[in-house]
Design a protein. Structure first.
Length: 123
């Protein structure tokens, strides 16, 4: 199988590595949060998130994250976080001292407070 390299050129990915990547993607949990930021505070939110992302990235079970901004509503963002397992987020992160710092950096920007849901791969 060919996969793009960091320079965009295709590179070969060995079958055993492909299978390991596929298994990881099937087992991982996707956390999804729609973040409605108070209008006028988007710039401050992004600055705070730039600091906060280092916190979540340091947590056990963290795989990756993306923050995306809505095109139709510039105060709305979606946060997608991949975790190895659900408990890495709900127990490990949410009950940690690091979560208290995350919360102090970000939670005051939201109105209403976001609903966070978790998704698993089905195939």
């Amino acid at each position: 199988m060919l996969s793009p390299s960091k320079h965009g050129a295709p590179r070969h990915v060995p079958a055993t590595l492909r299978q390991a990547q596929d298994d990881t993607q099937l087992d991982m949990i996707l956390e999804v949060a729609i973040l409605d930021v108070k209008p006028g505070l988007e710039h401050d939110f992004l600055a705070a998130f730039a600091k906060a992302q280092a916190i979540i990235a340091s947590m056990t079970g963290y795989i990756s994250h993306q923050l995306k901004r809505c095109l139709e509503n510039s105060s709305r963002f979606i946060l997608l976080v991949e975790w190895q397992k659900l408990e890495d987020h709900t127990e490990g992160f949410r009950k940690s001292e690091e979560y208290k710092e995350w919360k102090s950096l970000l939670h005051h920007f939201y109105d209403p407070f976001p609903v966070v849901e978790h998704y698993e791969a089905i195939s």
